[in-house]
Design a protein around this ligand. Structure first.
Ligand SMILES: Cc1ncc(COP(=O)(O)O)c(C=O)c1O
Length: 389
């Protein structure tokens, strides 16, 4: 019975062009990598600054293992707070310009835990329609009523806030840089509305951390909104090249989450090597600002090149370029053809993106060279001609 259900579900996914499969990568995650034994150019990585295989991160992880061992033994409330947890949190708070920070095991866990800690039954959440699955699941787990407003639409957000009953808490949740579209939330406007209608704001800086703002502090830092946003979440596994996540805000927020956030309390904490890697990555944000500049340069060059080829890239303002195809199957054919030509670019389909908006999600890295970009654009030109796009 059970296996019948599983097999028929898989069959249906295949028929709908929504079946997902894992592609094997040998070796490390660099600007180029080996997929199924073949060297290809990576255009799908969130390792935006190229830190995942940086010598300083490797060395930090090795030294941490030598000094502290491999595991953290239990959750921080049980087996104790390792000095590296605190050192990393101090670094994150300094980068973000907040009083405090708290480290989480992953961005998914952070979002799934923080939202239910902040709001519950009888409260209201306002969530951008294109928010990440982890934010959506956090909203669901909270049992608060969730009002989904159209992507970036301040008028509709205001309408929702105006119509909200006066009792209960209100929380606005948005990504700052949207993961699948590469566009920015209108944060100034969101914060103005939150203040006018008495709502809290929680932002997800997963794709902006390390990339935007002073020393890579994120969009909030870039716009100078730190004092006006109560909960800033971000990840350590994308531009920072390692693994894990954080929330930055007031000391009281940190203490509250230590006491109330289930995905912090009931899980074994990050191990020493991972913590040390993140510390080394944050140090590099200050020491190697040229990486951010190279990333921006590459993003601009790729955007211009693809537009010249006639591709439409939505409203991207960043290193994430959505090349919208629409049909899921066509998108995957395009991705397969590009892989044959030596480009590793993922097709992103529903339910990750709304139906009818399947796309190639192209992401740039600081470590892409001029030759890499040239090679990529030549391959895009070829598939465009072959598929009559
Ligand atoms: C916007 C956003 N938030 C949260 C996450 C989850 O972060 P992590 O990969 O650390 O679980 C992601 C990752 O894909 C993301 O894109």
């Amino acid at each position: 019975m059970t296996s019948n259900f599983i097999e028929s579900a898989l069959e249906r996914l295949k028929q709908e062009g929504l079946y997902r499969k894992l592609r094997r990568v040998d070796g490390e995650q660099g600007a180029t990598l080996s997929v199924n034994g073949r060297e290809v150019l990576s255009l799908c990585s969130n390792n935006y600054l190229g830190l995942a295989n940086h010598p300083a991160l490797r060395e930090a992880a090795k030294q941490a293992i030598d000094r502290y061992g491999c595991g953290s033994a239990a959750s921080r409330l049980i087996s104790g707070n390792m000095t590296l947890h605190e050192e990393l949190e101090e670094k994150i708070a300094a980068l973000k310009g907040t009083e405090a920070a708290l480290v989480f095991n992953s961005g998914f866990q952070a979002n799934a835990g923080i939202i239910p800690a902040l709001v519950g039954e009888g409260d209201l959440i306002f969530s951008d329609a294109l928010n990440h699955a982890s934010l959506i699941d956090g909203c669901r787990l909270s049992r608060a009523k969730t009002v989904v407003y159209p992507h970036l639409d301040l008028d509709r957000l205001e309408q929702g806030l105006r119509d909200a009953p006066s009792n209960g808490r209100k929380l606005i949740v948005t990504e700052t840089l949207f993961s699948m579209d590469g566009d920015e939330a209108p944060l100034d406007g969101i914060v103005d509305l939150a203040e006018r209608y008495g709502a809290m704001v929680m932002v997800d800086e997963a794709h902006a951390t390390g990339v935007f703002g002073p020393s890579g502090a994120g969009v909030v830092g870039k716009l100078g909104l730190t004092e006006r946003i109560s909960v800033q979440m971000g990840t350590l596994g994308k531009a920072l090249g390692g693994f894990g996540a954080y929330v930055a805000g007031s000391r009281a927020l940190r203490e509250f989450l230590i006491n109330r956030c289930r995905s912090f309390i009931f899980t074994t904490s990050l191990p020493p090597a991972v913590l040390a890697t993140a510390i080394a990555a944050i140090d590099l944000l200050y020491k190697e600002p040229q990486r951010r500049l190279a990333l921006w340069h590459n993003a601009r060059a790729m955007k211009e090149g693809l537009r010249k080829l006639g591709f439409s890239l939505g409203q991207s303002q960043s290193q994430i370029l959505p090349l919208i195809i629409g049909d899921a199957e066509k998108c995957m054919t395009l991705s397969d053809k590009l892989l044959e030509k030596g480009l590793f670019v993922q097709g992103i389909r529903p339910p990750t993106v709304p139906p009818g908006t399947a796309r190639l999600r192209i992401t740039l890295m600081a470590t892409h060279t001029h030759e890499h970009l040239h090679e990529a654009l030549a391959a895009f030109q070829e598939v465009k001609d072959e598929m009559g796009l």
